[in-house]
Write a protein that binds this ligand. Structure first.
Ligand code: 0RA
Length: 647
């Protein structure tokens, strides 16, 4: 038995209570104990190093995923202090790792705290890990300390001499907390590191994945560094698009904080590439900084267009959406005391930042337009076209409405609706082709499952734009069936189903149709994705059954190409089994389709969420935009892998 401490003081009790609370209710501290929470541990540790970089003491951060899914984060900052903490009477580094909320706050003068999304500090990572090891290099010495389930296991001790300074943290996420998975996803982390490098100009993040090695045994490695900062970010968002101007950059600073903005228009129809960050956090729900930005853009473009006679007196004003069509922009503010609001705490509430952004953008953009008349005309021309298209689309919508096409009382003929009228209990399967639609109609539970077969290919909305998309029968039947309407009339509360399930074949065509549908939802009904209403069905790709048996019963279904050989290996007599490959949904009989793909108790659905809107937007436009080749390659490579939308 370990020796008892010879006395208790307040800090001991505080330590226990603090970290116990984290282990009891991890969701409160890191949002979830699913994959998001697991990845959040890494961000929490990396954020500390980024803070050190923001304070000007660190320029390189190196991250490793080890083969056992433990993580190391190393930086070349000042190193967490190791001296005795005046209040807690233990080394400061131990305070940082074991006392809740202590992260950063003790640093004193000149040490900025960016907070992070949950802003909880590394002690939370410690509480949720089976083991944590920290090495600090300071004052020519190297120190080590380690922890077991949040408790100090080996006290701080010197392990040798050191050149330079820095902090290195390794942690092993606790599988008893992260019960769903403890496996890290490379792309999720890489996307976040890329974003961080864009947002912190010059910062170098070196990322290694030791689970994947090349022929020489070197781990997969990527280096993220953006010498152009958010200007590089905008170029990245616009990759593969035809642009209308060179990226423009403005910055401003006052006592409340700093603002940086970069923007560039392209010929795209998208209005979703305007991303706002506060203290490096993607404020998905917007907020004051984004409001200030939008007002400035609309105002300045209208003023310029009027002043140059590009909008006549009789013309109506360009709307904000018109002015932002095809705009890629990054708004990055850094403030001392960010107020995060909203459902997911990703809406910035600080009112003082609105005028700072608005003035910076108004002044900067007006000056840019004045000095660069050629791109300025292209930008205004694009907005004017958007206005015309918007008016045409409204007319088209009014006409179709008159014809009752988008009227919810006239549901499309192809829809086999469910009998329940309770949206929260109802689901709709969007199925490729009439034959699969037929099987699905037989297989379903008509009480709560509706089937909408789509005939042929759906229009590529990224290229066609809203106006043309609305005149496509496939799209209008989809909109009508879902019931939310679209564009200015969109109302998520009118959704007739809270589970909208895309069910396509497990082949290249199916993947293509899925891509097109996801693009459609992402572009025109993103709120349904935000609400978690959009899903992807997972039909099996193989069935295994006994050879020559009269009983045609499938013994086992396989949903993943990679799992086939390992599953076959489990059967010790594989020679006696037949493997059937399902190319399409139509090859399964209705009972099989029900049991493998549609029955809530046994099926797996992938829920679509815009976790990483940056990547989603980019991939969608890269795949769905003008260039055909990258799209073909991508779809063939990822026929069953839909993770690119971070699902
Ligand atoms: C507070 C004070 C000082 C350094 C740090 C925090 C620090 C924390 C972390 C966490 C990860 N990497 C870090 N690097 C530095 C330094 C105080 C001083 O040297 O005067």
């Amino acid at each position: 038995m370990a020796s008892k401490p010879d006395h208790y003081d307040g800090s001991d009790i505080q330590v226990l209570e603090g970290l116990e609370a984290v282990r009891k209710r991890p969701g409160m501290y890191i949002g979830s104990t699913g994959p998001r929470g697991l990845h959040h541990l890494v961000y929490e540790v990396v954020d500390n190093s980024v803070d050190e970089a923001l304070a000007g003491y660190c320029d390189t951060i190196e991250v490793w995923i080890h083969p056992d899914n433990s993580i190391t984060v190393a930086d070349n900052g000042r190193g967490i202090p190791v001296d005795k903490h005046p209040k807690e009477k233990i080394p400061t580094v131990e305070v940082v790792l074991t006392i809740l909320h202590a992260g950063g706050k003790f640093g004193g003068e000149g040490y900025k705290v960016s907070g992070g999304l949950h802003g909880v500090g590394v002690s939370v990572v410690n509480a949720l890990s089976t083991r944590v090891e920290v090495c600090v290099k300071r004052d020519g010495k190297e120190y080590a300390i380690d922890f077991d389930h949040g408790k100090t296991a080996t006290k701080l001790h010197e392990i040798g001499k050191a050149k330079g300074t820095g902090t290195k943290t390794t942690f092993w996420p606790d599988p008893e907390i992260f019960t769903e998975t403890t496996i890290y996803d490379y792309d999720t982390l890489a996307n976040r590191f890329r974003e961080m490098s864009f947002l912190n100009k010059g910062l170098k993040i070196i990322f290694h994945d030791e689970r994947v090695t090349d022929a020489e045994g070197n781990p997969r490695t990527e280096v993220f560094q953006a010498l152009g900062g958010i200007v590089d970010f905008v170029k990245y968002l616009n990759e593969g698009k035809e642009t209308l101007n060179k990226p423009v950059y403005f910055e401003a600073e006052n006592a409340d904080g700093t603002v940086e903005v970069a923007l560039q228009w392209s010929t795209s129809y998208s209005t979703t590439s305007v991303l706002a960050f506060a203290n490096n956090i993607n404020t998905h729900e917007g907020g004051t900084h984004l409001d200030g930005f939008k007002q400035a853009i609309t105002r300045t473009i209208n003023d310029y267009a009027r002043a140059k006679g590009l909008l006549k007196e009789k013309d109506s004003n360009l709307s904000g959406e018109d002015a932002r069509e095809g705009l890629a922009a990054i708004i990055s503010v850094k403030l001392h005391d960010p107020q995060f609001e909203g459902q997911t705490k990703t809406k910035l509430g600080n009112t003082e930042i609105r005028p700072l952004v608005q003035n910076a953008v108004t002044r900067g953009l007006a000056e840019y337009l004045e000095e660069n008349p050629t791109p300025a005309k292209r930008i205004v021309g694009k907005a004017t076209q958007a206005l015309k298209a918007r008016e045409a689309a409204r007319k088209a919508r009014e006409m179709t409405r008159r014809k009752n096409v988008l009227d919810s009382f006239a549901l499309p003929g192809k829809l086999a609706d469910c009998s329940s009228k309770e949206a929260s209990l109802s689901e709709i399967f969007i199925v490729e082709g009439d034959s699969a639609g037929g099987s699905a109609k037989q297989a379903r539970d008509r009480k709560f499952q509706a089937i909408l077969p789509l005939r042929g290919k759906i229009l590529n909305v990224e290229r066609a734009g809203l106006h043309r998309s609305l005149s496509s029968e496939t799209i209008s039947s989809l909109i009508t069936a879902i019931g939310t309407n679209i564009g200015e009339d969109f109302d998520a509360d009118k959704a007739r189903y809270h589970r909208i399930i895309i069910m396509t074949d497990a082949d290249v065509d199916g993947a293509h149709i899925r891509c097109l549908l996801l693009t459609f939802f992402y572009r025109y009904m993103p709120e349904l994705i935000n609400r978690g209403y959009i899903y992807i069905a997972q039909p099996p790709i193989f069935g295994i059954k006994k050879k020559n048996s009269r009983n045609p019963k499938i013994e086992r279904y396989i949903y993943d190409e990679k799992a086939l050989s390992s599953t076959l290996a489990e059967y010790d007599d594989p020679g006696k089994y037949d493997v059937q490959r399902y190319k399409g949904l139509g090859e399964m009989d209705p009972e099989q389709l029900w049991e493998t793909t549609m029955e809530p108790a046994t099926r797996t659905l992938l829920q679509v969420n815009i976790d990483d809107a940056v990547e989603a937007e980019r991939v969608v436009s890269e795949l769905m935009g003008d260039q055909v080749e990258p799209r073909k390659e991508f779809i063939q490579k990822h026929a069953r892998d839909v993770r690119f939308l971070d699902i």
